[in-house]
Design a protein around this ligand. Structure first.
Ligand code: PMV
Length: 313
């Protein structure tokens, strides 16, 4: 059996994070400048069923059976074996690497799961269809997110811009005219599980104002979808700014995120907002084509740990 490798992109949420957990629409975009990779090599010298996992970035080098079942890498392998009904696969070694910052709102957990599920199923001769890859990655997401909406596993599995409503049919968004986003990292990692749980606590204690904010965010996602489909990309800027303000009201922004958002607007961005769980992680700025480099430099100057430009097409 030859070595098998699979990659999965990162993602940004263009509109609708947090509100999407409460049934509002959201828009997410795959980002191929960062990716997770899983490589499987057969290990014919080892006994059947033996699986060795290495993930250098998290200092992991262990046998499958020595790791806890809630470990997300173990869970992704286990879910794949279970769905294929294979108890004792031919021995293999799995190496996982990723350039997606962990807990940075770029979908690192879902991307690692998707890469593992694809590589393990392909190695075993039964590559799974996207719908199943996404469903299994969603099961793993639940382990570390608590109550995920499912948007991360969806956009990362399909690798296309998606208009996502929880528990509804997935819709891909045709991009009428490509546009540039600058993605910048505060360098602060905040687990999404924490911010999602905080928002839930607030919502439970006082649902009305929170429901209003979620609905307002949902309306922005609807307007944004129309703008993208009509090629009115500039119109996305003010919608992003409004979305950021509503996320501030949900208390999921942070001084570092606000600083970068402001810097991007001052450097000529059409709009900017945090992306993902918030309180750290990444922000995104919509950049006129001829200003993307300046905005990236401005973000680095304003303290971003790293920044890159992605073209949405
Ligand atoms: O994984 P993150 O940080 O990109 O956040 C996902 C978006 C949330 O709406 C905050 C959570 C979810 O499950 O949709």
């Amino acid at each position: 059996m030859p070595a098998i490798s699979s990659t999965a992109p990162g993602k940004v949420i263009l509109f609708g994070e947090h509100a999407v957990v409460y049934g509002q629409p959201a828009i997410a975009i795959p980002v191929t400048e960062v990716a997770a990779k899983a490589i499987i090599t057969p290990d014919p010298a080892a006994a059947a069923g033996s699986i060795h996992i290495t993930a250098p970035q998290i200092n992991l080098d262990a046998n499958f059976t020595d790791l806890p079942s809630i470990d997300p890498l173990v869970a992704a392998i286990r879910a794949t074996l279970d769905v294929l009904g294979i108890a004792k696969p031919p021995a293999f070694r799995l190496r996982v690497t990723s350039t997606i910052p962990v807990a940075g709102g770029l979908g690192s957990g879902a991307a690692v799961s998707v890469a593992i599920i694809r590589s393990v199923s392909a190695f075993l001769g039964h590559p799974l269809p996207d719908v199943q890859v996404s469903a299994l990655a969603f099961d793993v997401e639940k382990l570390h997110h608590g109550t995920p909406s499912g948007i991360d596993n969806t956009v990362i599995t399909y690798g296309k811009a998606v208009y996502y409503i929880k528990d509804k049919r997935i819709e891909m968004i045709p991009i009428a005219k490509s546009f540039n986003l600058v993605v910048a990292d505060t360098g602060i990692s905040t687990p999404t599980k924490e911010t999602v749980a905080d928002v839930r606590r607030h919502w439970e204690s006082d649902p009305e104002p929170y429901n209003k904010i979620f609905e307002s965010i949902g309306k922005l996602a609807i307007a944004a979808r129309a703008a993208i489909e009509q090629g009115n990309n500039e119109n996305l800027g003010p919608l992003m700014n409004e979305n950021h303000e509503l996320l501030q009201k949900l208390d999921v922004s942070s001084p570092d995120l606000d600083k970068l958002v402001l810097a991007a607007r001052e450097a000529g961005g059409w709009g900017a907002k945090l992306s993902g769980g918030g309180r750290g992680g990444n922000m995104i700025a919509l950049a006129p084509r001829d200003r993307a480099d300046e905005i990236k430099t401005a973000l680095e100057f304003a303290g971003a740990k790293s920044a890159f430009i992605t073209v949405v097409k």
